[in-house]
Design a protein around this ligand. Structure first.
Ligand code: ATP
Ligand code: MG
Length: 363
C-alpha cells in the first residue's frame, strides 16, 4: 500500500469516528453517561492506526472507563476534558509498542483525541445544565404548590367561619328551648361540641395562612404564663393530672404577642394533659438568662416513638384518634415560636414522658 493511500485510509477512519461520536453524543442519555463514554471509547479505538494495540481510557472525576483491561504505559497521548472551562478529567490513548520500535502515534491522532475530548466536554456541560434546570423547576413547582395551598387554606378557613358561627349560634338557641334532660338536648350538645372543634381547626388554619395579625409588645412573661396555667386548672383537675410550676423570677421581659404566647402554653399543656397517665405530673419551668428565656414543659406520659420525633411539628401529624386531634397544635406553636425568632425542640425525658424546650430571645 502506498503512503498516500495509507494516509487516506487513516483520514477516512478518523472522519468515520468523528461522525460516530457525534451521533453517540447526540443520542446520549444523561442517566446512562457511562454507557455513552464506553461507546465513544470503542469508536475512538477503531480509528487509530493500530486498533488492537491501542487502549482508550476516560478518567473523569469518579468515572473511569477503559476499552481494555491492560493499560499500556509505554506510549501515551492525552487530552483534557473541560467542563465550563475547568479541567475535569482526561481522555487517554495508550499504545503497546513493545514488539516494534517503529510504531508511534500520528499528529492527526492527537487532534482527533482533542476533538473528541471537546465533544465529550460539551456533552457533560449540557447534562450539568439540564440537571440544574430540573432541580430549579422542581423547586419552583414546590413553591408554587405551597403558595396555592396557603391561598386555598385561607379561602376555605374564611368561608367556613361564618356558617360555623351560625351552626353554633342556632344550636345554642335550640338547646335553650329544650328540656335539659331530653335525648334531643344530648344530640344538640354533640352538634355544639363538634362545631367548636371545627372552629378551633379553622382558627389554627387561619394562623397558618397568616390571617391572624401579630401584635408585638414589650411584656413581662411571668403573669402571662401563670394566667395561661390558671385557665387550665379546671382541666388538670378533671383529667386527674397534677402540675407543678417552677418559676424563680418575678419578671422576665421580652417583645412578644401576648395572645400567641398564651396559645403556645395552652397547646403544649393540652398535649401534656392528654398524654399524661392518671395522677401523672406535668412540670412547667421558666428560666431567664441574660439574653434568653427558656421555657420547659414536661410530662410523664408515653413520650415519643423514634419516628414520631421528626414529625411532631408537621401540620396534620397526629396520633390521636380521628375527631380528637387535628394535628395542628404543635405546628401552630412552632410557627409562633419561629415568628418570635425562637426555637422549640421535642425530646424524650430521661425517665419517661415528653419534654418540650422553647428558647426565646429577650430582644
Ligand atoms: N406531650 C406529648 N407526649 C407525647 N406525644 C406528644 C405530646 N405532644 C404531642 N405529641 C405527639 O405529637 C402529635 C402532634 O401534636 P399536635 O399538638 O400538633 O396535634 P394533636 O394534639 O394531635 O392535635 P391538636 O393539637 O390539633 O388537637 C400528637 O398527636 C402526639 O402524637
Ligand atoms: Mg395538640
Amino acid at each position: 500500500m502506498g503512503d498516500t493511500e495509507q494516509e487516506l485510509k487513516e483520514r477516512i477512519k478518523e472522519l468515520t469516528c468523528l461522525y460516530e461520536v457525534s451521533s453517540i453524543i447526540g443520542n446520549a442519555n444523561a442517566e446512562l453517561i457511562e454507557d455513552t463514554l464506553k461507546a465513544v471509547a470503542f469508536s475512538l479505538k477503531k480509528a487509530f492506526q493500530y486498533p488492537e494495540k491501542t487502549v482508550v481510557v476516560f478518567r473523569i472525576e469518579n468515572i473511569s472507563i477503559s476499552t481494555d483491561n491492560q493499560v499500556s504505559n509505554e506510549l501515551k497521548i492525552q487530552s483534557h476534558i473541560k467542563i465550563f472551562n475547568k479541567v475535569k478529567g482526561e481522555l487517554i490513548a495508550g499504545l503497546n509498542s513493545s514488539d516494534s520500535k517503529e510504531i508511534n502515534f500520528l499528529k492527526e491522532e492527537q487532534s482527533l483525541l482533542d476533538n473528541v475530548a471537546l465533544k465529550v466536554g460539551s456533552l457533560l456541560e449540557r447534562i450539568e445544565i439540564q440537571k440544574n434546570e430540573t432541580s430549579l423547576k422542581r423547586q419552583m413547582e414546590r413553591a408554587d404548590r405551597l403558595g396555592i395551598l396557603g391561598e386555598i387554606t385561607a379561602g376555605i378557613a374564611h368561608e367556613l367561619n361564618t356558617p360555623l358561627a351560625n351552626i353554633l349560634g342556632f344550636a345554642e338557641l335550640l338547646k335553650n328551648d329544650l328540656d335539659i334532660n331530653s335525648k334531643l338536648s344530648e344530640d344538640i350538645d354533640k352538634i355544639i361540641k363538634n362545631a367548636i372543634f371545627s372552629r378551633e381547626v379553622v382558627k389554627k388554619l387561619m394562623f397558618f395562612s397568616c390571617e391572624m395579625p401579630q401584635e408585638m409588645k414589650r411584656i413581662n412573661l411571668i403573669p402571662h404564663i401563670k394566667n395561661a396555667i390558671n385557665l387550665l386548672a379546671a382541666t388538670f383537675k378533671k383529667e386527674q393530672v397534677k402540675y407543678v410550676v417552677k418559676i424563680e423570677e418575678e419578671e422576665l421581659w421580652l417583645r412578644a404577642d401576648p395572645i400567641q404566647l398564651t396559645q403556645i402554653i395552652f397547646n403544649l399543656l393540652m398535649n401534656a394533659i392528654y398524654f399524661s397517665p392518671t395522677e401523672g405530673l406535668v412540670t412547667i419551668e421558666v428560666l431567664g438568662s441574660e439574653k434568653e428565656i427558656i421555657l420547659k414543659i414536661s410530662d410523664e406520659g408515653k413520650g415519643f416513638a423514634l419516628n414520631e420525633l421528626e414529625k411532631v411539628f408537621q401540620p396534620f401529624f397526629t396520633t390521636k384518634p380521628t375527631g380528637e386531634g387535628s394535628g395542628l397544635g404543635l405546628s401552630v406553636v412552632h410557627g409562633i415560636v419561629a415568628s418570635h425568632k425562637g426555637t422549640i425542640t421535642a425530646q424524650n425525658n430521661k425517665k419517661k414522658g415528653a419534654i418540650f424546650t422553647i428558647i426565646l430571645p429577650k430582644e
